[in-house]
Design a protein around this ligand. Sequence first.
Ligand code: CA
Length: 227
Amino acid sequence: MQTKIMIVEDETDINRLLARILEAEGYGTIQAFSGTEALLLLEREEPNLILLDLMLPGLTGEELLTHIREKKRLSAPILVLSAKSALNDKVALLKSGADDYITKPFEPEEVAARVQAALRRTGSLPRRQLPFSYKNIMLYPESRKVIVNGLELSLTSHEYELLLLFLQSPEKVFSRESLYEQVWKNGYYGENNTVNVHVSNLRRKMKEADASEEYIQTVYGIGFKLK
Ligand code: CA
């Protein structure tokens, strides 16, 4: 199961930035924009870690922290986010159940490192991602390395993402629209030829490494699937 991190932060830009940083590290995110929303979400979600801004409208971060620790008995590590000047009582915070704090403004690397350290301390780091294998293809998600027939392919990130999608669901027929949405992540597919071009480049590179196999099949009128 994916490690899930709840972000409690009322400033939309910062909340989104944190989500992007964490998702790039492979974590799932649950975004709450107020303390009340966080409490509601905690009714049904069990995050592995919570990033908690202190300056929240309504229910404050401190109140939420106490509530989570005392009422909900949730043991997930909680990292407090705060402007440096507002962090005048670190000891009290740590006593009331925070595990660590990150001062704003923060660097993405710092957030990622502190989250990872807190998860490591509680033994809830994500499991190793296993390689995918299909015919003569091996794909290693942790290093983003693709080996075909013993040869390492040099893929662009879009080609890699396409191949990863295919390998994750070897039986699935993907429409061009859905490939486009999942790989390019910018909405409407329209009339463009992007997916075709990238799939054909991917095919060519695989063919160069392994002339004996066809790996991607065109499904007429729909899109592509693994062959
Ligand atoms: Ca705030």
